[in-house]
Design a protein around this ligand. Structure first.
Ligand code: NAD
Length: 427
């Protein structure tokens, strides 16, 4: 099939290259000239394992453009993968979704064949039918489910293992209304062996929010118990190993630490809270889930102060800036909250991350421009006697922490074994 993908970020690029891998041709559309050029040179504008090799191997099966018309007229199905960030008040910002659906509508006006538009971006229930649909109808002069198809197909990939997740998902959720659209999506996903759940459009939208909210809850819950464990001298990792063996609970995504960041959980939980409030509901669990997560990174500073009561003028090493390992993504990273606090206390911060230093500096200039960046993790250890581990990159397991005070937010075993003084956040 010929597929167009609107928005070539973490989800769009991975989804598009995934569709290429299973035998389709793909046109990427983006508004960012730099990304378009990089994609056309087979260079991924983001870091994701296996992506560059795939882009090199299938160079003639895809290209990128700014031109919606060209992309829509030369494809059978279009996936909307633009960002859906948070507004200041936590509600969902649909600016990019509205722009994309308007441009798709304008291009569809010229199209004869039945074209299928699929929303893959995470959007709140009713957005596809109440925002995307009327926009496309208005600018195309056509009717949804009669002249063009419309579907919602949430994405569950995890950054860092995104390609693997796209090609081997736990499930594929397809929210549809008309038969023709359902057939197109079933055909497209046929090569992927996974349970396929066909539901209506707003149920598909809600499955994504409920999944993210549940995973976020699982971790905040573990961290709350973990904080109690820490005070009692109990290793919360052992506790959750024991709890996770209950098959009703499952051991995955059940580690204690300094909480979750990234481009999805925080904004999605916030958006769901706002939506619930709009509907007259008081989502007390979701609000507590957010609050635990905001407090959790500051546990590191609390523990640090036990050993170094005065931070003014002290050099503190920070290992890890990405919100999790194997990505260069720093959106809502816990590192920001921690480093900001360290700077407020007057510390000098020297940080290292294998992939995310550039992004950190660019995304958080208020903090990112006030810290020193090291060329390697070893350099951080050379220059500082106090180390905070914020992201669990594999290479941090290969270091010798002898003589150091280490406050560990993620559990790096090498640090636990070799540090002079070691404090785990919840263990
Ligand atoms: P991203 O910011 O990495 O990518 C979005 C892309 O859209 C950018 O390249 C941007 O330039 C482009 N864009 C913006 N406006 C555009 C327009 N009008 N036309 C064409 N392109 C435009 O975002 P992302 O992380 O890929 O997330 C995209 C969506 O997928 C979000 O709704 C997110 O919640 C959801 N999602 C993300 C993940 C994840 O792990 N990142 C996982 C599942 C779902």
């Amino acid at each position: 099939m010929r597929v167009s993908v609107i928005g070539s970020g973490y989800v769009g690029l991975v989804t598009g290259m995934g569709f290429v891998k299973i035998g389709n041709k793909v046109v990427f559309v983006d508004v960012d000239e730099r990304k378009i050029q990089m994609i056309n040179n087979a260079k991924p504008p983001i870091y994701e394992e296996g992506l560059e090799e795939l882009m090199k191997k299938f160079k003639d099966k895809y290209y990128a453009t700014k031109n919606y018309r060209e992309a829509i007229l030369n494809s059978d199905a279009t996936f909307i993968c633009v960002g859906t960030p948070s507004r200041e008040d936590g509600s969902i910002d649909l600016t990019y979704i509205k722009e994309a659906s308007k441009e798709i509508g304008k291009a569809l006006k010229e199209k004869e064949d039945y074209h299928v538009v699929i929303v893959k971006s995470t959007v709140l229930p009713e957005t596809t039918e109440k925002v995307v649909k009327p926009n496309i109808e208005k600018y195309s002069g056509k009717k949804a489910f009669e002249d063009f198809g419309l579907a919602m197909n949430p994405e569950f990939l995890r950054e860092g293992v995104a390609l693997r997740d796209f090609l081997n998902p736990d499930r594929i959720v397809i929210g549809v209304k008309d038969e023709k659209t359902k057939e197109v999506l079933e055909k497209l996903y046929e090569p992927i062996d996974a349970p396929k759940l066909i539901v209506d459009i707003k149920t598909a939208e809600m499955i994504k929010y409920a999944s993210n909210a549940f995973l976020a809850t699982k971790i905040s819950f573990a961290n709350e118990i973990g904080n109690i464990c820490k005070k009692l001298g109990i290793d919360s990792w052992k506790v959750f190993e024991g709890v996770g063996l209950d098959h009703r609970i499952s051991p995955y995504f059940f580690r204690t630490g300094i909480g979750w960041g990234g481009s999805c959980f925080p904004k999605d939980v916030r958006a769901l809270i706002r939506k619930a409030e709009e509907l007259g509901e008081d989502p007390i669990i979701l609000k507590a889930v957010m609050e635990v997560n905001e407090r959790q990174p500051l546990k590191m500073i609390e523990l640090l102060k036990k050993h170094v009561p005065e931070l003014k003028g002290k050099t503190v090493g920070v290992l890890g800036l990405a919100f999790k390992p194997n990505t260069d993504d720093v959106r809502e990273t816990r590192a920001y909250i921690i480093i900001k606090k360290l700077l407020e206390e007057g510390a000098h911060v020297i940080a290292y991350d294998p992939k995310a230093m550039e992004n950190f500096k660019r995304f958080y200039p208020d903090v990112g421009e006030k810290i020193e960046y090291a060329g390697s993790a070893e350099e951080v250890l050379e220059k500082s006697g106090v180390i905070l581990i914020v992201t669990e990159w594999d290479e941090f397991e290969k270091l010798d922490y002898s003589g150091k005070i280490v406050i560990d937010g993620r559990r790096i075993w090498a640090a636990e074994k070799t540090a002079r003084i070691y404090e785990g956040v919840c263990w």
